[in-house]
Design a protein around this ligand. Sequence first.
Ligand SMILES: [Mg+2]
Length: 362
Amino acid sequence: MKKIEAWPVDLPLKASFVVANGAMNVAKNIFVRVILQDGSTGYGEVAPFPDISGEDQEASLSAFPAAARGFLGQPATQFRRLGKQLLEGTQLFPALRCGLETALLDALCRAMDIPLWGLWGGADIRIRETDVTLPIGTTDAVVATARDWYHQGFKTLKIKVGENVEEDIRRVEAVSVACEQAAFVIDANQGYTFDQAHAFMQAMDRLHIPVQVFEQPVHRDNIEEMIVLKNLGAIPLAADESLRSLEDARQLIEQKAVDLFNIKITKCGVLESVRIAELAQASGVGLMIGGMVESRVAMGCSWGMVLGLGGFEILDLDMPLLLSIDPIQGGYQYEGSFLQPWHEPGLGMSVTSESDSMVSIE
Ligand SMILES: [Mg+2]
């Protein structure tokens, strides 16, 4: 690799994104560009979510030069060795690691003239559907937003809960009445106590609401409670915040704590996420995939894992639809709730946004 660049980008959301642990109006992300000796260029995205890892745009940009220097002069074909090295050096910056790895892999696949999903083996090249996320809000507002998406063809609605269990139950019930055939993904973002999570699950059962998966009902360290909840209810349970490394994955599997893993490359990096997905598949744990507030660069890399590795049951890859800008040319496209596989080399996209505060390492 001969040159690695990073620059900040602000991605405004169409509407405020409110979840149990915070709210966001603008995603403060970073784009990364890797240029190989032969001129092949790849893009990556750093989408830090401070509540998950403590990273933010400023801290990630300051950590970028030291992390990127390890790539300089190194062949992109040795991406697993370089990824291990990066993992050791950027323990506290998983989103930065994700951005650098994505850009490296994109550049390599462009040099090899294969789509990024081809690197993972192209296990499942189908058009797939994503859910769409309904952040926390008043019941009326959330029902109106849900109706709107539902009439555009979105059949799986992801509802954020975890602030007030009684209101949450009323909101989910109201949305299920308004969108009769919809299926639901529920995400509490660690917001419930054990008793609240239990009450919520019982209510879903009593109201016959078709919940495909219940993500992270309680705090990420309360694995014992997750195990009890999993064994109590008929709703499949997923680990999101509890799953931040391969070691977490090993422990969750060993304890039979959850039914599914929610994989996010910004939480663990790309190569660690691939290792987690492969371990889950070998261990009979189901897979869903999601992201932070991010553009089609990071989400394209995740979509590439779905196409390349196969086995992902639930796709939560809707974030670019919630942004008010799309600073990307080319790449995979959405048609309503459907994601189209792409066939151009790498991620097949280029990033048009630039910035005066670009950091360049060469
Ligand atoms: Mg989640």
